[in-house]
Design a protein around this ligand. Structure first.
Ligand SMILES: NC(=O)c1ccc[n+]([C@@H]2O[C@H](COP(=O)([O-])OP(=O)(O)OC[C@H]3O[C@@H](n4cnc5c(N)ncnc54)[C@H](OP(=O)(O)O)[C@@H]3O)[C@@H](O)[C@H]2O)c1
Length: 243
C-alpha cells in the first residue's frame, strides 16, 4: 500500500490557487518532496515568483484572479493537464454587519465559492484519471462568532459545494478541508492579538495547541491520494469546532 501511495505522490502534478499562502507552501513542499510538480496561482505575480524561487525547478507560477473568469479559463489552457486542483484562496470580509462593504462581501464569495465553481468548470477537463479537486473551508463555519458571518457562510458553502460537485464531476473526486486556527502567517498582521488568539485556542481546543501548516499538508495529501474519498469535508482543527 505504501508503495502505491508513494508512486501516486511522485507522479502528481498539482495546481494550488492561493499558492503563495503559508498552508499552500507546506502542501507544495510535501508534493515536491515526493517528486511531484506544482503550479502556484494567485493574483500577484511578484509573490508567486518569490514563492517559486524558494521551491525550486519543479515549481512554476500562473496568475489567476478567482473574481475574473477569463483568467481562470486562460490558466486552464496554459497549464494543461493536472492531477489535482487545490484552492486555498480566501479574501476576508470580517467585521460587524453595520460596517460591512458589499463589494468586500462579494469578493469573499468570489474567492471561496464562485471561484471554486469556475475552477471546476474550466479545469475539470484537465484533471487526469484518479485526480481531484480540494477546496478550503474553515472552522468559522461550525463555530459562528460576531463579526465573522461572511467567513462562516463562505466556508459553510464550500462544504455543500463539494458534495454537489462530487456527484456532478464523478468520477473526478471533490473534497474540502476545514482547518482550525493554524500558524500560517495569515495572523501575523494582528500583532499581539495573534498571541492572545493562539493562547486562547491552545487553552480551549481538545488537542491544546494551534495547528501548523504541516498538519494541514499531511491531511491534504491523504485526501489527494485516497481514491475512495469524495464529497467529504475533513476537519483538521484540533477539535476546535467542538470547544
Ligand atoms: N490560517 C488559518 O488559521 C485558517 C483557519 C481556517 C481556514 N483557513 C483557510 O485555509 C486557507 C489557507 O489559509 P492561509 O492562512 O494559508 O492563507 P491566507 O492568508 O488566507 O491566503 C489566502 C490566499 O488567497 C489568495 N487570494 C485571495 N483572493 C484571491 C482571488 N480572488 N483569486 C486568487 N487568489 C486569491 C491570496 O493571494 P493574493 O492576495 O496574492 O492573490 C492568498 O495567497 C484559506 O482558504 C483560509 O480561509 C485558514
Amino acid at each position: 500500500m505504501a508503495h502505491i501511495h508513494n508512486e501516486r505522490v511522485m507522479r502528481m502534478r498539482v495546481i494550488l490557487i492561493g499558492g503563495a499562502s503559508g498552508i499552500a507552501q507546506a502542501i507544495a513542499s510535501t508534493v515536491l518532496d515526493g517528486g511531484g510538480e506544482v503550479v502556484l496561482a494567485g493574483r500577484h505575480r511578484e509573490s508567486l515568483d518569490a514563492a517559486v524561487a524558494l521551491l525550486g525547478p519543479r515549481a512554476s507560477a500562473v496568475v489567476i484572479d478567482l473574481a475574473d473568469e477569463s483568467s481562470i479559463a486562460q490558466a486552464a489552457s496554459s497549464v494543461g493537464s493536472v492531477d489535482h486542483v487545490i484552492s486555498l484562496a480566501a479574501d476576508h470580509a470580517n467585521g460587524p454587519l453595520g460596517d460591512l462593504d458589499g463589494t468586500a462581501v462579494r469578493n469573499a464569495f468570489d474567492a471561496k465559492v464562485i471561484g471554486p465553481i469556475l475552477l471546476a468548470k474550466h479545469f475539470s477537463p484537465q484533471v487526469r484519471e484518479g485526480g481531484s479537486f480540494l477546496f478550503f473551508s474553515g472552522v468559522a463555519a461550525w463555530k459562528p462568532a460576531p463579526g465573522l458571518s461572511v467567513m462562516a457562510t463562505t466556508n459553510g458553502a464550500v462544504a455543500f459545494l463539494v458534495e454537489a460537485l462530487a456527484v456532478e464531476l464523478a468520477p473526478t473526486r471533490v473534497n474540502a478541508l476545514s482547518p482550525g486556527i493554524v500558524d500560517s502567517g495569515a495572523w501575523d498582521s494582528m500583532g499581539s492579538g495573534k498571541d492572545t488568539l493562539f493562547a486562547d485556542t491552545a487553552r480551549t481546543n481538545p488537542v491544546r495547541r494551534v495547528g501548523q501548516p504541516s498538519d494541514i499538508a499531511a491531511a491534504a495529501l491523504s485526501l489527494l491520494t485516497n481514491t475512495f474519498v469524495t464529497g467529504v469535508t475533513l476537519h483538521v482543527d484540533g477539535g476546535g469546532r467542538l470547544s
